[in-house]
Design a protein around this ligand. Structure first.
Ligand SMILES: Nc1nc2c(ncn2[C@@H]2O[C@H](COP(=O)(O)OP(=O)(O)O)[C@@H](O)[C@H]2O)c(=O)[nH]1
Ligand SMILES: [Mg+2]
Length: 393
């Protein structure tokens, strides 16, 4: 499962984002509880369900009238402060938690109501632009520290006649989620000595930065836009990096309201409807939230998750079925499963993701939209419905 981590200084709104984003109404297959442990839960990417191209909606529990929610994992990492890689504020422990993440949501308090350490100040007193880079910097330097500490093992390996730099570095970095292909691609961008003993701190840091960029891409969540001076949000949006304006608090209010049946809202909608009488005070808050959402195109919570999954991680959604004309599994469930795969994946990759036996027994695949066979090297598209024929069941 794709795993996304929330990082940021204390009080930026990570836990609010996490609580809102993991508040699923339904259990997820294989994940009977939406919270896996205290700070690891199930959230969703949102996409158009293929059932929109059919007469009837599929009725899957993760499909709300054609809005399809695909499970991903979300991690709420405790607050980081500048200097975390040196252990400041329990930093290393929290950085270690990021190891398992495929992408990072860097939650920034765009309202500037907290200082660099996350201590409260008056709204607008702290410049949120100062908070953007440090997460990246802390992660880079933390990884550089790991590379430094493990360099001796690379040096030791280099004494063997069949020493291979790419292989030795991938062995060291695999725990960080770097494949040999990642290492090779990063080494291509560096000038380096084939003898690890000749590497200095700067060489190792340069490698760590490239590996971090490649294996832990970051999207900035400009949070608290409901409170933020508009100028702050605009300046964040002007940065040369992906930035999504958001109000985690607004999303949480809407999800709670929807849960009670008081509000009609699906995560990622640009607006909402109030279904019940609400007290004046609450209505005013909701009206203000509606204006904020109109300005920024929604609460931004779903948009940030979707950006991480579909843009940073370049995923597509594919739907395996057993019956290519009815789009059902063996029990008659329409479009029972949605799988995220890297763009460029083939039906064979999909088969392996379903189960290694299905992958090993792979015979051929059918594009259920056209009813035609597709080749082994067919590149899956977003929303593809695929029947896989395999010797394994
Ligand atoms: N105005 C506003 N406040 C928010 C928003 N998100 C979080 N907060 C508030 O910011 C404070 C810190 O939030 P929390 O989620 O605990 O931050 P964390 O330390 O990063 O996990 C709490 O008082 C939240 O209610 C938001 O979108 N808008
Ligand atoms: Mg928190």
């Amino acid at each position: 499962m794709i795993s996304i981590a929330l990082a940021g200084k204390p009080n930026a709104g990570k836990s609010t984002f996490y609580t809102a984003a993991t508040m699923a109404e339904v259990d997820v297959a294989n994940y009977p509880f939406t919270t896996i442990d205290a700070n690891r839960g199930v959230s969703h990417a949102r996409t158009d369900c293929p059932c929109l191209d059919r007469e009837a909606r599929c009725g899957n529990e993760n499909c709300h009238d054609g809005k399809r929610y695909v499970p991903i994992e979300l991690l709420d990492v405790a607050g980081l402060v500048p200097g975390a890689h040196e252990g400041k504020g329990l930093g290393n422990q929290f950085l270690d938690e990021l190891t398992n993440a495929d992408a990072i949501l860097n939650v920034v308090d765009a309202a500037g109501e907290t200082d660099a350490e996350g201590e409260p100040v008056d709204v607008g007193d702290h410049d949120p632009l100062e908070d953007v880079d440090f997460i990246e910097e802390e992660m880079d330097l933390w990884l550089a520290g790991i590379v430094d500490r493990n360099w001796e093992s690379v040096e030791r390996k280099s004494r063997s006649p069949d020493f291979d730099m790419d292989e030795a570095l991938s062995d060291m970095l695999t725990g960080f989620g770097a494949t040999q292909a990642d290492v090779t691609a990063c080494l291509r961008e560096l000038e380096y000595s084939d003898d690890p003993i000749a590497w200095d701190d700067e060489d190792r840091e340069a490698l760590a930065r490239l590996i971090r960029q490649r294996t832990k891409p970051i999207v900035v969540v400009a949070n608290k836009v409901d409170l933020a001076p508009e100028e702050n949000v605009e300046r964040l949006l002007d940065l040369d990096k992906p930035v999504i304006p958001a109000t985690a608090q607004g999303e949480l209010a809407l999800r709670r309201g929807a849960d009670r049946g008081a509000i009609d809202y699906d995560p990622g909608d640009e607006t909402f409807e109030i279904l019940q009488e609400v007290p004046d005070e609450q209505r005013q808050l909701l009206d203000a939230l509606r204006d904020t959402m109109a300005e920024w195109g929604g609460t931004g919570v779903q948009a940030a998750l979707n950006y991480a999954v579909y843009d940073l991680l370049d995923q597509i959604t594919a739907y395996p079925v057993q019956d290519a004309s009815k789009w059902t599994d063996g029990q008659g469930n329409v479009l029972p499963d949605a799988h995220l795969l890297h763009r460029g994946s083939t039906p064979v990759d999909l088969a392996f993701q379903i189960h290694s036996d299905i992958g090993e027994g792979y015979l051929h695949a059918v594009d259920a939209r056209s009813g035609r066979d597709v080749g082994e090297d067919y590149e899956l598209d977003e929303g593809d419905v695929i029947k896989i024929v395999s010797t394994a069941k």
